[in-house]
Design a protein around this ligand. Structure first.
Ligand code: 26W
Length: 800
């Protein structure tokens, strides 16, 4: 732990950076100048332990972990740094002495939105845990100029605008001009002295930017290295002299396009060439970089599996298999079998979704055109695997193979090139073995293991919910942030009224704070005494925001029909973005905003029912909403949400869950007990059985009076100024197709919500359940998850 820092010292360091790093005098400084200056002062405190960590790893030749991910949904870094270094009180006092509001300064930093949702945020939580546990790890990704788009609503429709996190300088990164790698594309494969030789047609440079990742208490600092694309030739003078300025700039623009923007899809790959180039660009640069580091103090490539573990965050970096084999064969002169064996000893693959449309498949002709040598190697790896299985007397069924119907299947490629393959919740891993990877699992029965997701309690409890954290420290003592199983100490206190009072007082204070923010930003007055019912996640049909809003409309009908009905006041809060090309998800957003507007405009609902949908849900908004949530909506079609991580964050902050037996909800149910969660609906078996038997959504709608009433209202334009056409697509899909079984689960969902109402009517009982949701959450810390990866996948020993 860096030595204590007095507020005055930090104030002086901040003032120094304001003048000498930012170039501003205190009287002229704006909030962002002070925020940048403080960031520099804090960063100075991170560099020493960073250097010490790097030296320690080299000195002890620790096995290294490389986490390759197209996405790192980091959010703001300033609060992480301040909290992990234990500098929050000092920083708050230091800024106050300089006349600057600490909270405002913290919120002034733009989110690094370098991810879409669950997969990207998980990668960020893992970075925090790997540093906290003292694992020698690097994160490798892309330094997008523009992260996930900024969402706004125009008349209830989602509008996307480019995000611009680098508009101001990013104070936490260091440009590494010495770490620049040429990355080739296209061209052809020739033979030189008997060995294949790839001659790329175009080359871009991958330039490294390092961000230090301090763990809890700053004892260990790992590196996140993000690659930015640069042109080999910055500027073409010849066309410029001819006045053809576009041609002069074109090469640079083209090269930089590779790291220009994050693809905003979190399910259906667009299959665009640029996306494949992005995947190869960062994967190849990362492999070059880690191989240089390996060979800087090892010379036997055969040692790689024992000194390096590479984790592929889904199939997006799957080209790492062929690239590693290429480098070992074509550049280090190894034979194919040895190269392939080394790759299979070093690579590990995590699957995050079973959605068929989300499994990446690249047209073989595109792969052969963009990466001709890799296409050759993929064919060789595939053939070698088939031969190996034949030799083992377990010939591969036709369903298995990296290349099929003219497509390269990145899931199968990742599986055959990996030592371990893991799912992200017990149910998901089980379904992997029984569905998408059934045949590969039969061939390699010990390769698939489970590593249930987790979240970092530093950001998602300590930092975003200081009020509840103080109550937890009273009960569990100091240090629970890095030993979350200590939350168990709260269990016995669930029966202690005074303790419950303190937990709910923290919740109430967070709700009042959020109500003020909703008032200021959405212009809506909400009652902090009402139940805050929250569904925050990407908009997707399988996550069933539609079922949520249909139940809401049915509740509105009920409350109007029977004003005396014992329905406690609720504020239903939505947050989430839809992929720009996902029409049905965007239609669902419009329906939510239309139904919300209708309910909020109904005088009979004042103080009884309100709908809030703040635009541009992101990490910082999650940190604002989660501490104030009473009810957590985890209502996906069973078998479709691989894990979920928002469910863990909300339960950790004392929200009760209403949900299906899907993903990690199953393990949350196990942890909190059936009395402290509201489970409903079909489970994964039921869903596949109903699908097999033939599912008739229309019949289900007809059988539900409440649902058919709402569908009729939608068709009649009740929520759309009488325009029955506006939401026709949603209504038709629901009654005609309903792949995600909203109609089948609607009535049990309604009943579960009424069970929630009954529980809410007993504040002591609710408080007790809230405490019994927090207490067992230790197992959902990403520290537990990373300890699992270290033991079962990477075979590394955490230092702490
Ligand atoms: C190529 C387009 C694309 C991009 C991202 C396809 C799929 C993805 C991700 C795998 C989608 C994703 O974020 N999956 C989520 O991963 C979380 C972390 O493991 C899980 O908790 C969620 O259940 C899962 O939906």
């Amino acid at each position: 732990m860096p030595r204590e820092l007095a507020p005055a010292e930090l104030a002086e360091a901040t003032r120094h950076h304001l003048v000498y790093s930012i170039g501003k005098t205190p009287d002229a400084a704006k909030l962002s100048d002070w925020r940048l200056a403080l960031s520099r002062a804090i960063r100075d405190r991170i560099v020493d332990p960073w250097v010490a960590t790097t030296r320690h790893v080299y000195a002890h030749d620790l096995k290294r972990v490389y986490y390759l991910s197209m996405e790192f949904l980091i959010g703001r870094l300033i609060e992480d740094a301040v909290n992990n270094l234990g500098l929050e009180p000092a920083a708050r006092e230091a800024l106050a002495s300089l006349g600057v509001d600490f909270d405002a300064a913290m919120l002034d930093e733009p989110d690094a939105a370098l991810g879409n949702g669950g997969l990207g945020r998980l990668a960020a939580c893992f970075l925090d845990s790997m540093s906290t546990l003292g694992i020698a790890a690097h994160g490798y990704g892309i330094r997008y100029d523009h992260g996930l788009f900024r969402q706004s609503f125009r008349d209830g429709w989602q509008i996307e605008d480019a995000e611009d996190w680098l508009a101001q300088s990013h104070p936490w990164e260091f440009e590494r001009t010495e770490a620049v790698w040429p990355i080739g594309f296209g061209g052809e494969v020739t033979t030189r002295d008997g060995r294949p030789r790839w001659e790329p047609a175009e080359t871009v440079l991958a330039a490294a930017y390092d961000t230090p990742i301090p763990g809890w208490q700053g004892r260990w600092v790992n590196t996140l290295r993000l690659w930015s694309a640069k042109p080999t030739k910055i500027f073409d003078l010849e066309p410029f002299n001819r006045g053809d300025y576009m041609a002069a700039a074109a090469p640079a623009v083209l090269a930089q396009t590779i790291s220009r923007v994050l693809y905003p899809d979190d399910t259906t790959p667009q299959g665009k060439e640029l996306r494949l180039k992005q995947e190869y660009f960062f994967t190849a640069a990362s492999l070059r970089d880690l191989m240089r580091r390996f060979f800087s103090d090892h010379d036997d490539a055969g040692l790689l599996p024992s000194r390096v573990a590479i984790q592929l965050n889904d199939t997006h970096p799957a080209i790492a298999g062929p690239e590693l084999v290429r480098i070992l064969m074509d550049e280090r002169g190894l034979g194919f079998d040895e190269a392939f064996a080394i790759a299979r000893g070093t690579l590990h693959y995590t699957n995050h979704t079973l959605m068929p449309e989300a499994l990446e498949k690249w047209p073989a002709e595109l792969m052969a055109r963009v990466l001709p040598r890799h296409m050759q190697i993929i064919e060789r790896m595939d053939a070698a695997h088939a031969a190996e299985m034949r030799a083992a007397g377990r010939p591969r069924p036709d369903s298995v193979g990296c290349i099929r119907d003219g497509e390269v299947r990145m899931g199968d490629l990742s599986f055959i090139a990996a030592r371990r393959v893991n799912g992200v919740s017990a149910l998901h891993t089980d379904l992997m073995r029984r569905t998408v990877f059934r045949d590969l699992h039969a061939l390699h029965p010990d390769r698939i293991v489970n590593q249930t997701n987790g979240v970092t309690p530093r950001r998602w409890l300590r930092s975003c919910n200081p009020k509840l954290s103080a109550v937890i420290t009273e009960a569990a003592g100091e240090g629970w942030e890095a030993d979350l199983d200590r939350l168990a100490a709260l269990g016995p206190l669930a029966g202690d009224a005074a303790f419950r009072e303190r937990v709910m007082a923290a919740k109430q204070a967070n709700k009042r704070h959020l109500a003020d923010w909703i008032g200021a930003t959405c212009g809506l007055t909400v009652d902090p005494g009402a139940m805050f019912d929250v569904q925050i996640k990407r908009i997707h049909e399988y996550k069933r925001q539609l079922m949520n809003v249909l139940e809401l409309a049915a509740l509105w009908n009920e409350m109007r029909r029977d004003p005396g009905a014992p329905v406690p006041p609720r504020v239903r809060i939505f947050g989430g973005k839809a992929a720009p090309g996902y029409a049905m998800a965007k239609a669902i957003i419009k329906l939510i905003n239309d139904i919300g507007r209708t309910i909020n405009a109904d005088p009979a609902m004042k103080g009884r029912l309100a709908v809030v949908y703040p635009p541009n849900y992101n990490v910082t908004m999650a940190e604002r909403l989660i501490p104030a949530a009473d009810l957590s909506e985890q209502i996906s079609t069973a078998g479709m949400e691989a894990s979920g991580t928002g469910n863990m964050k909300l339960a950790m902050n004392g929200a009760l869950t209403i949900g299906t037996m899907d993903g990690a909800n199953v393990e949350i149910h196990e942890a909190v007990g059936a009395d402290n969660i509201f489970i409903f609906g079909l489970d994964a078996e039921d869903v596949s059985r109903l699908r097999a038997e033939g599912y008739d959504p229309g019949a289900h709608v007809a059988r539900s009076g409440r649902l058919s009433e709402v569908v009729a209202q939608i068709r009649a334009g009740v929520f759309s100024d009488g325009d029955g056409e506006r939401h026709r697509a949603v209504a038709d899909n629901l009654t005609g197709h309903d792949w995600f079984m909203v109609a089948a689960d609607f009535d049990t969902y309604w009943d579960a919500q009424r069970r929630v109402d009954a529980a809410w009517a007993d504040p002591n009982g609710w408080a007790r359940k809230a405490v019994l949701n927090i207490a067992p959450m230790g197992r959902f810390s990403s520290d537990r998850t990373i300890r699992g990866y270290a033991r079962d996948v990477w075979q590394v020993t955490p230092q702490f």
